[in-house]
Ligand binder design. Structure first.
Ligand SMILES: [Fe+2]
Ligand SMILES: [Fe+2]
Length: 297
């Protein structure tokens, strides 16, 4: 990709490319067969007991609410669908690929933000009446949107530690300091990695542009979702739910084709999920109305 080739650190960054999670690659190979069955997908997953356990746990979670306990991977694949299972694999692969960074990088903070963003993107995509964004693709995009950060830390932990210190937690400064130190920022590096991993171009584009500043109404729905929830979570982590809601009001102004009461429930669930809300839930419904009634697609 041009941005990477133009970077004076191009060689170092290219050689530091984390491998595509192995199991994800095997799953892709199985799915490239036109007649791939749930049993074949299950066989790939069963080859890795730790990931098989994750898939079983996910399939028994409240999200899928199975009528009786799911005990086999094949059942889990049929219940969750291949895309959702692919996201479990991707998440596990990312955790493994970067686990060695734990002393130099706040992995818990990174994955917490990634999973919260991913979960919010998936929920809102599913709530959208127009159904123009696949919820599992929205999840993958949210999960991966900052993968460039962890990959820059992987390429040069010391320099990236200095970059993070210099940014003082400010996203705009972070991007600038990344460009000074590495010749490109985490959005550009992340999208380059996803293209090397042969993930869908729509995900790579949304990741590449997740810090762009155009009005949300002017960008593609997938990009809109990830940008909105990324900023929402950043504001949430620094100032709690009230600040996050202000961010939506002042900067994001996303019009959603989600009914106000459904959107209010979504906000309340986000609040419970992060367990960071300190104010009153009372005005969530009226705030939700500000963001509802328009078109996502
Ligand atoms: Fe970012
Ligand atoms: Fe982010």
């Amino acid at each position: 990709m041009n941005t990477l080739v133009a970077s004076r650190h191009s060689q170092r960054l290219q050689s530091a490319l984390p491998p595509v999670p192995a199991l994800f690659e095997r799953l892709r190979a199985v799915l490239s067969e036109p007649e791939a069955s749930a049993a074949e997908v299950a066989r790939v997953i069963e080859g890795d007991p730790a990931i098989a356990a994750r898939v079983l746990r996910a399939s028994n979670s409240a999200r899928y609410a199975p009528a009786s306990e799911v005990c086999s991977i094949r059942q889990a694949v049929m219940l969750m669908g291949v895309s959702a299972v692919g996201n479990v694999l991707l998440e596990a692969g990312l955790t493994r690929a970067f686990a060695h960074l734990s002393d130099d990088f706040d992995l818990d903070g990174f994955f917490g933000h990634a999973v919260r963003t991913a979960t919010s993107c998936r929920e809102l995509a599913a709530l959208s009446q127009a159904r123009c964004v696949d919820p599992e693709q929205a999840y993958a995009t949210g999960l991966l949107h900052d993968v460039g950060q962890i990959a820059l830390a992987n390429a040069d932990p010391t320099t990236y530690g200095e970059v993070l210190d210099a940014s003082g937690g400010d996203e705009e400064i972070l991007l600038e300091v990344e460009r000074e130190a590495f010749g490109l920022d985490h959005a550009a590096y992340g999208s380059w990695i996803l293209r090397q991993w042969r993930l869908p171009e729509s995900i790579a584009v949304a990741v590449e542009r997740h810090h762009h500043v155009e009005l949300l109404a002017e960008v593609a729905p997938l990009e809109r979702l990830v940008r909105m929830h990324d900023r929402f979570d950043e504001a949430w982590m620094s100032g709690g739910a009230e600040q996050a809601l202000e961010t939506r009001e002042n900067e994001l102004m996303l019009l959603l084709d989600v009914p106000p009461d459904v959107f209010a429930r979504h906000l309340e669930e986000r609040v419970a999920f992060a367990d960071l809300y300190t104010g009153s839930h009372g005005d969530l419904r009226s705030k939700a109305a500000l963001f509802s009634g328009g078109e996502l697609c």
